[in-house]
Design a binder for this molecule. Sequence first.
Ligand SMILES: *Cc1c(COP(=O)(O)O)cnc(C)c1O
Length: 357
Amino acid sequence: MNYINEAFETNWIAPLGKNVDSFEKEASGYAGVKYGAALSSGTAAIHMALKAAGIGKGDIVLCSDLTFSASANPIIYEGAVPVFIDSDMKTWNMDPAALRLAFEKYPEAKAVIIVDLYGLSAEYDELLKICRQHNAVVIEDSAEALGSSYKGKKCGSFGDYGILSFNGNKIITTSGGGMLLSDNEERIAKVRFWSTQAREKARHYQHEELGYNYRMSNIVAGIGRGQLEVLDMRVEKKRHIFDLYKKGFEEIKEIEMEPQNENCFSNCWLSCIRISEKSNVSPLDIMEMLEKENIESRPIWKPMHMQPFYSDCDFITDRKSGSNGEDIFRTGVCLPSDTKMSDETQLEIIRLIKNMF
Ligand SMILES: *Cc1c(COP(=O)(O)O)cnc(C)c1O
């Protein structure tokens, strides 16, 4: 509220002002990246990353398959061609083996969008090596992974561009917003220019490039500055929630928690489980049981290659049949993971689920 009040008191109710500048410095600094451009959404940040990377009509962009559609939609905005890459069971994120296959088939691919799903980082050592070999620009979609790290380095900092989201459902929120991160000062300046309608420096309204109205407002950035101050507390609570589920389901052999690994410190944005296909309880049974108790749960993101909108796009997997993403989608459930949830409430959720087995 202090940051917002300051914006009103100083009369900077616009998509520019002190909060915008400070939020960019503070959020990019947190992620360990030199520069940030505060934008109206994470989706806008992905769109601007593709533009900054020079992606245009007909260009091939390799993209994580198991993700929210916002990771891929900006590829279409630019008239480029998405090719979806299967997940690895170890991280649920882009499978390096499938990425290698994709570059064999599409050596001309110009960019790769790698998602850090549910807060767990992708396997960057391997993925980045493959991308460098093929001179592809890397965009890290870290919308769900602010506060996570891989081998001690913060998520959002692995690609040539990183993107964050401050949508209402993310680990911190500005009610809606996003940020593009990059060490490339010139590209970030260009993104700020495009996202404020590409107005050239002239007394009259002069436009030499296509512009967008994507800039974050100074009020919204004020919310973001306040939220950044509680981010580490949120991460701690999310990890506590994950641990409580993990302990709670320990003796149920048919329930497996989402993967965690020694390379990744996860913000545990969502706690997800997978149900063994041998179990007589299905993910839908669990979701319906919880619904009856007025408890919300969700399926895992439905993979992009299974989406009607993307049905014409190519999909690359290392498997002979089926895909890892499809298996995770079919067997998974996202459990209530709100940081406002009490231990008692969560223990009740655990008890209800355990009772089914
Ligand atoms: C939320 C999300 C986005 C989009 O961010 P918005 O701020 O909602 O536009 C992109 N990718 C992933 C993986 C997300 O979860």
